[in-house]
Design a protein around this ligand. Structure first.
Ligand code: 3H9
Length: 706
């Protein structure tokens, strides 16, 4: 096994360097390395202090998450921490890059901490559904106070080195060469005769009262909606008032409970699924994201509409130079305004400084002839969603650009295969399905055709990484992955429930209580019912669907009830408010549409609403898999948790179906198939997996194809 911790003698200081790429996770090899290095130092009388630092970019991203489902090899992180805390010579942590979770817990067990000014320190465990289980809930309150510790652990977001110093988490913040500065810090300790200072011997300066707990929960209520880990965090932090040994024992037992929870299994599934989705699995002929591709520095976006401008902002945010190209001068003027107002809003909300906004605006140029894009490393076509207009642009780009440059088309409805046929080099064409707003949404669907080359795909992965987006590959098919499942599954069923007797508010509230960020009708009103109607009309050119299919939304569009932007949609929004108010006109309309179709209306309860919307989503998800549109069930989960508001703590629709059990899922689907007809036909994949007692997770391991 490669040495995961290096050891070096620098005068009176023993220097331990964690060296476990890519992120210095505290794997078994690191724990062994730290343990051995300390034992070696203890035998060396010349060494008067120890420094733990990193040989890589990060101090440490925390415990090795891949070890969570296996028995922990000794020494455990807790054993290493005890050895540090009770060392007879002082031990200092030098923190550069990130110190997260177990990485920060390791540093907190050290006697002193020095951080580089650009370092970030955080406890992200809650995002994985676990509590900090290596003393984090006991040492952090001893260093910064119980109230501050609770907020830091509930937020999961790292803080800066300067903030850490203010709170008392680090002793010194340095600039320039961290290792050099930290060695000097150690030498000063030795000269001044300052010895070990075990964190466990400190006491907690404040106690958590109920008001403080309530206000911390309120501050993080949005991120923690439907979650339960926060209660475990509170329980563990309360134990920090007890003697350390007692508190740490309570933490250990709560940590075990959190690790075994469904919530944690689901969140860890999404963590790894997001990282896997950025790679192509399977066939050796397919390269993964590490395929060599030319560097991307300049990007051109064709089309200065809202989408084109948003995509340009996304690239400028990633520090790339970008040109927005449009042959209509009025559109270019509007685009400049959209870009400025987007940045003005980011400054107003305190997200970025004015100087940063100015620098990003300077990165975006506007031009009106296509010849000006010839030197772009990548071109994204984002013109009006019309097949002939897009084909025309692609043909012209194809002759303007050298053959190895990738041409991406931003479409949510059109056939990328058909668009690629307008070029002489279909291998360099792919779809990039950005979501609205393009600069802020996390998901990017990469649409490949039969002809898209591995190199072009590798470029698309690299773009996603640059833009810090989660990438999922979809084959070119009706609605790709996300919209197909939304239209044929989830949203269609929501409309069907309205026709059968539920109200929009009832459907939305039931699904929001299930955990969706926003119910389907509120989503439609937010995005614009006309947008959905137009998209479906485009999709119908690929493949149509029988009535009733979005009859309510389409009728609302005809009536000019476009949603929030017109103050009326599925709901009424009074005087520009975002509050959705039920409207009898809509209820009458739904009754009429139902009676025209001979649908008998009845009372529908929330359980049925949730069951039907989720089962139909899962069923269409399974079809998307069996048809090869998505490669892995985990990819489907990533699409739905990062782009469509499916609760992350339930792991995504396919993971959730596994937790229900596929036999149970199939039984439900068959029941509705019998009751509601053909569109509920069970996916063959579900039938197959259920009959052998299998799961989507097992299918991913054995059968997923690229
Ligand atoms: C913890 O510490 C528990 C303790 O309280 C108690 C213990 C007893 N372990 O994200 P990237 C892999 S819980 C193992 O693409 P980036 C990742 O899978 C932990 N592997 O890079 C990927 O592998 P691959 C608390 C990890 O630059 C590769 O590293 N810590 C871990 O975009 C690159 O990752 C966290 O929750 C890990 N801890 O982002 C932090 N972390 O190449 C989790 C990463 O095979 N990590 N990998 O696909 C992150 O947030 C991001 O990875 C980070 C880098 C920001 C560090």
């Amino acid at each position: 096994m490669a040495r995961a911790v290096t050891f070096d003698e620098r005068g009176p200081v023993g220097l331990m360097g964690i060296d476990n790429p890519p992120v210095n996770a505290i794997s078994h090899s690191v724990r062994c390395g730290l343990h051995d290095a300390m034992a070696q130092a203890a035998k060396n009388p010349r060494i008067k202090a120890l420094l733990i630092t990193s040989d890589g970019k990060q101090f440490s991203a925390g415990a090795d998450i891949t070890e969570f489902d296996r028995p922990q090899g000794e020494p455990s992180l807790q054993q290493v921490q005890t050895a540090i805390e009770f060392s007879s010579i002082p031990i200092v942590a030098a923190i550069g890059g990130l110190a997260l979770g177990g990485g920060l817990e390791l540093a907190m067990a050290c006697h002193y901490r020095v951080a580089h000014k650009d370092a970030k320190l955080g406890m992200p465990e809650i995002t994985l559904g676990i509590i900090p289980g290596a003393g984090g809930t006991q040492r952090l309150p001893r260093l910064i106070g119980a109230g501050a510790a609770l907020n830091m652990i509930l937020s999961g977001t790292p803080i800066s080195a300067l903030e850490a110093k203010d709170k008392g988490l680090v002793d010194d913040v340095v600039e320039g060469d961290l290792r050099h500065a930290a060695l000097s810090f150690c030498e000063r300790l030795v000269q001044e005769g300052r010895g070990p200072r075990p964190t466990c011997n400190r006491s907690v300066s404040d106690s958590l009262d109920e008001a403080e707990i309530a206000s911390a929960l309120l501050a993080h209520a949005r991120a923690l909606k439907g979650r339960s880990t926060q209660q475990l965090v509170i329980e563990a932090i309360k134990a920090s008032r007890l003697p350390f040994a007692q508190g740490i024992a309570i933490e250990a037992s709560i940590a075990q409970k959190s690790l075994a929870s469904r919530e944690s299994l689901a969140l860890r599934h999404v963590f790894f699924a997001e990282r896997e989705s950025g790679k192509l699995s399977g066939a050796s002929t397919i390269h993964n994201k590490r395929t060599q591709t030319p560097a991307i520095q300049r990007v051109a976006v064709i089309g200065a509409g809202t989408m084109g401008s948003g995509i340009a902002v996304a690239f400028a945010d990633a520090a790339l130079d970008v040109m927005i190209n449009d042959n209509d001068p009025a559109s270019l003027t509007r685009s400049r305004e959209v870009v400025s107002s987007t940045y003005a809003s980011s400054v107003r909300r305190g997200r970025i400084a004015q100087s940063v906004a100015d620098e990003r605006i300077r990165r975006i140029r506007h031009a009106h002839t296509l010849a000006e894009v010839a030197d772009a490393d990548l071109v994204i076509e984002a013109v009006f969603e019309d097949v002939e207009t897009k084909k025309d642009v692609l043909t012209r780009l194809d002759s303007a650009l050298p053959a190895e440059r990738v041409i991406a088309t931003n479409t949510s409805t059109l056939s990328v295969t058909e668009l690629a046929r307008a070029t002489a080099h279909p291998e360099r064409v792919l779809g990039l399905h950005f979501f609205v707003p393009a600069h802020a949404s996390r998901l990017l669907e990469i649409v490949r055709t039969e002809h898209t080359s591995p190199e072009s795909l590798a470029t698309a992965f690299r773009i996603a990484k640059l833009l810090k987006k989660v990438a999922v590959v979809s084959r070119d098919a009706f609605g790709f992955i996300g919209n197909r499942m939304m239209l044929d599954g989830y949203f269609r069923e929501a409309e069907q429930l309205l026709l059968e007797g539920a109200t929009p508010a009832q459907v939305d509230t039931a699904l929001e209580n299930f955990g969706f960020a926003m119910g389907p009708q509120r989503v439609s009103d937010l995005g614009g019912n006309d947008v959905g109607t137009k998209a479906r009309a485009q999709l119908f050119k690929r493949d149509s669907r029988p009535d009733p299919y979005f009859v309510i939304a389409d009728r609302l569009t005809e009536m000019g009830r476009l949603g929030q932007k017109t103050g009326r949609g599925f709901y009424t929004y009074e005087n520009g408010s975002r509050e959705a108010v039920s409207d009898p006109e809509v209820h009458n309309l739904i009754e009429k549409l139902a009676s025209d179709r001979g649908i008998r209306r009845r009372e529908i309860n929330d359980e049925e609403i949730i069951e039907r919307c989720i089962l139909s989503l899962v069923n269409v998800g399974a079809m998307v898999l069996e048809e090869g549109t998505a490669a892995r069930a985990a990819d489907v989960d990533v699409v739905w948790t990062s782009g469509y508001g499916f609760p992350r703590h339930l792991g995504g629709p396919m993971f959730y179906a596994d937790t229900l059990g596929l036999s149970h899922v199939l039984e439900g689907i068959r029941h509705y198939h019998e009751k509601l007809g053909h569109y509920w036909r069970p996916a063959r994949l579900i039938e197959r997996l259920a009959s052998s007692g299998s799961s989507f997770e097992a299918w991913d391991r054995t059968s997923a194809s690229p």
